[in-house]
Design a binder for this molecule. Structure first.
Ligand code: PA5
Length: 425
């Protein structure tokens, strides 16, 4: 369960008029009548998954672990950020000595990165999961061209058994390649857009391959699906989050800064930025999602947040209980003058840092929200990601925006294709 606190009272945000608007959005959402409702497949996905699909994902994950030391996941945007967010949150900070290494490609176009990645693969057993809903996105397509060539040169005919494709069921160049080469295939459901796809095969295959419990992840998401399908807005924190940020936006706070104290959540921030930025930033509207990692950024961006232009609000994403911790010990020689901290755990230090930062920023005129999760594990991450997806849909609908398309992204793609003389552009 996500706990929420807000620097003003939630009651002052949930006016009668706002409650009526939210009730209408709830009805439109769950009866699939709102804008972009063809893309609401994610809404009841966690609770309606069939066991055959889960068995196929688990079986493939086991095969990947048996046959590979490294899994290269190729994708961009929603086709990589969900898995990257969950893996970064769950993985230890420093390289695991055993187990599958998951690396990403196709999320940028860097020749240096790709060249060094190919060199990194030498001597290791490799499998590839290429993910693209449209099956024609340039960045992952370029990366896959190189990886496919590498795999074929290295494994010959066996390469086909080491490549898994996750794409649309009916169309796209990637589907054609998969069919021609007999690659194992997973489908990105037609009614689930990239940034809402973490609980489909897009996220589940890499997460399960890395050895994490997708059952727990989905149980967390299903829990959130149940808890937040609720028109009692005094209890529904997913709706409250949307309502508060909308209220702040109306008051002129047009940038939301998500602040964390646990660096493992940095890719949850990236995933969240994509989710909200790509869903809401349309028609001249939308909150600009930004992120900082504390206490690191208190020594850099903290200055701006405290004293800069007053169009920011801050949302802390906090973790109640650390998975591992250290306690400051008493040193015989107090040369560093830290003995006053003896007995304090580093997690406790961060709780204090949050309190101090929060009141300083409030004094500086930055409205605040805090979202707290009990701990970082598969269940809590599943719950949190679903929480954000649902909040995002409410939030975009409050701006009268379709949360599920991305016309601005298409503009850039078309321009690049024209500049590169792609046939047909
Ligand atoms: O959320 C989205 O729809 C986008 O960010 C896509 O995920 C991204 O553009 C990649 O698209 P595709 O999976 O078709 O390669």
């Amino acid at each position: 369960m996500v706990e929420i606190t807000f620097s003003q009272s939630i009651g002052s945000v949930l006016t009668l008029e706002k409650r009526a608007q939210l009730k209408q959005i709830h009805e439109d959402l769950y009866s699939k009548k709102g804008k972009g409702s063809d893309f609401l497949g994610w809404l009841d996905w966690p609770s309606t998954l069939d066991s055959a699909f889960m068995e196929k994902v688990e079986k493939t994950a086991t095969q990947i672990r048996d046959k590979a030391d490294v899994l290269v996941v190729i994708g961009i945007g929603g086709s990589y950020l969900g898995a990257k967010a969950v893996l970064s949150a769950l993985d230890p900070y420093f390289k695991k000595e055993t187990g599958l290494e998951v690396v990403f490609a196709g999320h940028q176009v860097s020749g240096e990165y790709l060249k060094q990645l190919l060199a990194h693969l030498d001597g290791k057993r490799v499998m590839v999961n290429v993910i693209s809903k449209s099956g024609k996105t340039t960045e992952p397509a370029i990366a896959f061209r190189f990886l496919k060539d590498y795999m074929e040169k290295r494994y010959g005919q066996e390469a086909a058994e080491r490549i898994i494709v996750t794409t649309d069921a009916e169309k796209g160049a990637l589907l054609t390649l998969a069919e021609e080469n007999g690659y194992e295939r997973f489908v990105v459901p037609a009614d689930v857009g990239g940034r809402y796809s973490v609980f489909t095969a897009v996220g589940l295959v890499p997460i399960a391959a890395a050895g994490y419990s997708i059952k727990d992840l989905l149980a967390g998401a299903a829990d959130a699906e149940k808890v937040y399908n609720n028109i009692n807005f005094d209890e529904n924190v997913a709706v409250q989050y949307a309502a508060v940020r909308h209220q702040l936006y109306v008051e002129g706070y047009t940038t939301e800064v998500m602040a964390i104290f646990e660096p493992k959540l940095s890719f949850v921030q990236e995933w969240w930025k994509q989710l909200f930025g790509e869903s809401e930033g349309k028609e001249g509207k939308g909150i600009f999602p930004a992120s900082v990692s504390f206490t690191t950024d208190l020594h850099s961006m903290g200055q701006y947040i405290q004293d800069g232009k007053r169009n920011l609000f801050e949302t802390f994403l906090l973790v109640q209980e650390a998975n591992e911790d250290l306690t400051v010990f008493e040193a015989e020689n107090d040369g560093d003058e830290l003995n006053y901290l003896a007995g304090l755990s580093l997690q406790e230090f961060n709780h204090v840092a949050h309190k101090g930062t929060s009141s300083a920023h409030l004094d500086g005129g930055v409205p605040q929200l805090s979202l707290t999760i009990p701990k970082i594990d598969e269940f809590q991450l599943g719950h949190l990601l679903y929480f954000y997806m649902l909040s995002c849909a409410y939030s975009a609908y409050m701006l009268d925006i379709n949360p599920f398309d991305q016309p601005g992204v298409e503009d850039y793609k078309n321009n690049v294709f024209k500049l590169l003389n792609k046939p047909g552009f």
